[in-house]
Unconditional design. Sequence first.
Length: 506
Amino acid sequence: MFFVGLVGALAVWLGFPNDLINLPPLALLWPVALALLGMNAQTPSAALRAGWLLGLAGSTAALYWLALPVHNIGNLPWILALPCAVFIAACLSAANGVFSLAAYVLRERPPFCLAALLAFVWYLLEFFAAHLLGFPWLPLAGALAVCPVLVQGADILGAYALGGLWVFIALLCLFCRADKRCLALGLAGALAVLSYGTYRLNETPFLPNPTGPESFATLFVEGNIDQNQKWVPAFQRATVDAYLNLTNNALTACPEEKPLIVWPETALPFFFEKSLAHASRVRELARASGCPLLFGAPGAGQRGNGELLVFNRAFLLSPEGDTIGWYDKEHLVPFGEHLPAWLHFDFLQKLLQGVGVYEQGSSSAPLRHGALALGMLICYEGIFPWLADARVKDGANIFADISNDAWFGRTPAALQHLYLTALRAIEQNRWILRGTNTGISAVVDTRGRLTLRGEQFTAGALFARARLVAVQSPYHTFKPWIFPSALLLFCTLLVFGRSARVAHTF
């Protein structure tokens, strides 16, 4: 079983974007290996341990980059920074252990029933892990999103339930030795999912430059500001100069365009409402260009007792330079933007980079200008399905995700982040504008395809076009029913399978 565990760990690492070679379909061997480990374990604890160890190895390899900000920003030596990444991987891997344990407990069920039960277990584990752990970074659909044809079913099922469906298909193929009909069913299921994906991609043509009344131009500006310099007060003017110059140069080159200008998360590393000298220059850019401007900056608020509140805020300025509105980040990054009161370690305080602890925002209403209704997602908010769903429910006709992945250097983090966010486009039938500091800026269409992809670690500006969409996806309509339906079907199969226990050897 060591070889099975090794293959499973490699499937996690190579299935997601990585530094070596990305093979997305290989990720399907991940649940297969976990199931094999569980079904061949001698005891429940052995099954739990084997699945957890597989997940720990694969997740650590896929998420090693989490140690970079702890070392580079928090100034911890590598010998202490690396265990931080391992700890997070260990927490995420608990779901892997539970999946293998479920395979052990259910291993005497008929093959079809066993595959279905484990598929439901996978879905339920991804669902609960996303809500309880607050870091749903390695869902199975996130690996498959690199190949859009594999994930079009997310517009009906959502990313987590689609992952469960792929687990069902993979396990049916695995169980073909016990029941030859399983292979035919598994291949038929794969063909059905691929056929639906092909149909959806062909139904909506790939349009890098959409035209028509629902389309509009946008300009992404990447400042490529070093994370270690970003929050140093002496660099504030240089940062503003960089964004103003890059934007003006791009607009001068294409004077006929009046795009939505997009700067990244915390592009302005100061309180925009309070830094009047810098703010006036930014407002003048909007006025002089006649373009709306979306950008990130810390926002200030106040409690009733006068205590200062700090928000990770996205501002939208009108072509006249006035503030149309703002959005405060709703889901904060643990340890990077928010610290529990009892955690006052020096290296964690350094990760906050002098900004202080951010407060949680409370509104998901879109930022509006003309026909635009921007559903805002800041940084890793794009990996949470329910946040995107709330934006569409409030009237968003396009998503704007401003981010800053400079924390993680030249690692696979930015690419993993991009494709996790792309799943929201498929689920909600909305285009995504993704503006970043160091990359990867992109435009994602409603099928999860990249109509624009920028470079990393290169200061510059990119023109693109996108389309506004008002039609809701089936997933958005049926989302409230997916989890209870899955739970009901799981319980029904659990009871039904008791009447026909068989012994399997895999």
